[in-house]
Design a protein around this ligand. Structure first.
Ligand SMILES: Cc1cc2nc3c(=O)[nH]c(=O)nc-3n(C[C@H](O)[C@H](O)[C@H](O)COP(=O)(O)OP(=O)(O)OC[C@H]3O[C@@H](n4cnc5c(N)ncnc54)[C@H](O)[C@@H]3O)c2cc1C
Length: 398
């Protein structure tokens, strides 16, 4: 039988993914004692076949990664997005965003999820005030008047003022707290893969809105053999014979036909990954001594590449409130602090969830009037400078 051990922290975070571990690193370097628990083995999470996603990190999220203390180490691995081209079902470019139009070097940077995770895990292991437990499973959780207690399967009990659920879309903390959600499936899946192509991408990201869902091409650094690389997010409706099952030859031919001609021939480079797409939004982000952040609170369609960026806005907001409370020797799990967090974050997250939901509905509709409306809409934004600037600033997370 395992021996009972006790550990005191200010904050206990369940979920050491990209959001949870970033939050843990920020708080623990700013005067708070933090425990972060993840059920996955970090060594497994860092393997190439764990997660094929690349993540578009906005300028706003860069600040979070700087605060977490990892930006300096990972910056060279991020490939800058200088321009964004938007088209409709393989049409010529209908809307073009140029970072130089808003006096910026880049709209954001494309990182392999693995690179972000590696940077965070390496950092977490070095911080003395961060008790990083992974792999570890939560056995029980209890809230009492002024503390929360989390016991893990190795017999350790962590006592903290606040419990944070950063445990993703199917949040166990959310369920345990009895928080209901509004959620639905898009009956779409995203196929994600890395490809190599004949010609350079020139740091352009492409979003082609197709009837089966958006098809995105995201620039990556050349590989060590000098081959030009991009990441693909190919959404498709649930189908009997998904493109996941196509032979490599068929898949490569379909890739080449979907890419703009200037890329030349396109070839799959490695495994295909698939992610079911859906929306989930928690009715509340808080309950007694408990807060939810990132996908545990809101998971959205990746159509605009904003899921983690939105989660990082939660991280920035909650970490700011907690650091201030600690500095002022106030209770980090007080109802007042939690209400303030929820008030600051819900509207922003709901607006982005609604916007991505609407975009997906409008752009995945093959009916002619819808196609006409969106073509006109994209052309109108292209010609109307204030609207264009608004969307560019949104893309940068500003
Ligand atoms: C195809 C695709 C492309 C995307 N592209 C982008 C993009 O370009 N830009 C962007 O901003 N976002 C993007 N996103 C969204 C982004 O991937 C998510 O928003 C992000 O991964 C959420 O991070 P998280 O830390 O909240 O959750 P997760 O990444 O799901 O991490 C949750 C963590 O909690 C742990 N956990 C779960 N349950 C437990 C438990 N019971 N006990 C202990 N630990 C637990 C898990 O092991 C995991 O490590 C994309 C999503 C998809 C599907």
């Amino acid at each position: 039988m395992s021996k009972q051990r006790a550990h005191k922290s200010d904050i206990v975070i369940i979920g050491g993914g990209m959001a949870g571990l970033s939050l843990a690193c920020i708080l623990s370097q700013n005067g708070l004692e933090v425990t972060c628990i993840d059920r996955e083995d970090p060594a497994a999470m860092l393997k190439a076949d764990f997660d094929g996603r690349t993540i578009a990190i906005s300028a706003g999220s860069r600040t979070v990664l700087e605060d977490a203390g990892i930006w300096e180490n990972i910056a060279k691995d991020g490939c800058a997005i200088r321009d964004i081209h938007i088209s409709d079902s393989g049409s010529p470019v209908l809307l073009e965003f140029l970072s130089r139009d808003v006096d910026e070097d880049a709209f954001g940077w494309i990182f392999e999820a693995r690179v972000l995770r590696r940077g965070l895990v390496q950092k977490a292991k070095k911080i003395k005030t961060l008790h990083y437990k992974a792999p570890a499973s939560v056995k029980s959780m209890n809230v009492e008047d002024d503390h929360v207690y989390v016991t893990t399967d190795d017999g350790e009990t962590i006592e903290a003022s606040l419990l944070i659920g950063a445990d993703g879309r199917r949040s166990f903390v959310r369920e345990w707290a009895g928080i209901q959600t509004r959620q639905w499936s898009y009956r779409q899946q995203a196929i994600v893969c890395t490809v190599i192509h004949d010609n350079p991408h020139n740091n352009i990201a492409v979003e082609d809105f197709r009837a089966e869902g958006p098809f995105a091409i995201l620039p990556m650094h050349d590989d060590d053999k000098g081959r030009h690389r991009s990441s693909v997010v190919w959404s498709e409706h649930d189908a009997k014979k998904s493109a996941m099952q196509w032979s490599d030859n068929t898949f490569n031919a379909a890739l080449t036909s979907r890419f703009p001609e200037r890329y030349g021939e396109v070839q799959l480079n490695g495994k295909r990954f698939s992610y079911p797409l859906g929306l989930v939004h928690a009715h509340a982000y808080i309950s007694e001594r408990t807060a939810l952040v990132a996908d545990a609170a809101h998971g959205i369609h990746p159509i605009a590449g904003q899921g983690l960026n939105l989660g990082y806005r939660d991280v920035a907001c909650l970490s700011g409130l907690l650091i201030e409370a600690k500095e002022n020797q106030q209770d980090c799990g007080s109802d007042q602090l939690l209400q303030h967090y929820q008030l600051l974050r819900r509207t922003d997250n709901m607006s982005m969830a609604a916007a991505t939901d609407g975009l997906n509905a409008l752009f995945s509709n093959p009916v002619t009037p819808f196609r006409l409306i969106r073509t006109l809409g994209l052309r109108a934004v292209q010609k109307f400078d204030p609207a264009k600037r608004f969307f560019m600033r949104q893309a940068m997370g500003k």
